[in-house]
Design a protein around this ligand. Sequence first.
Ligand SMILES: [Zn+2]
Length: 94
Amino acid sequence: MTKKRSGKGKHIPQRTCVGCRQVLAKQEMTRIVATADGVRVDLTGKKNGRGAYLHNLKACWQKGINGSLSTSLRRELSSEDRERLLTFLEMLPK
Ligand SMILES: [Zn+2]
């Protein structure tokens, strides 16, 4: 039996964007996490809590903020959460 070797044998972690449902390498995405003090953008990717991933694109964040994030995180977004996410969205490319 021969085992097929792919690439350099490095495993690239992949995640599903909750905005467009595409599966992508983790590096192209931002993690959002539901913490005790609200829904936060997790730039370290290491915060504890239920997480969801979004593509670094405005359109995907908009979809996320409009509903799919709260479904994935099983948490209603508060107005503060929304504001925080929208502030982040403003810095993203279209
Ligand atoms: Zn996306």
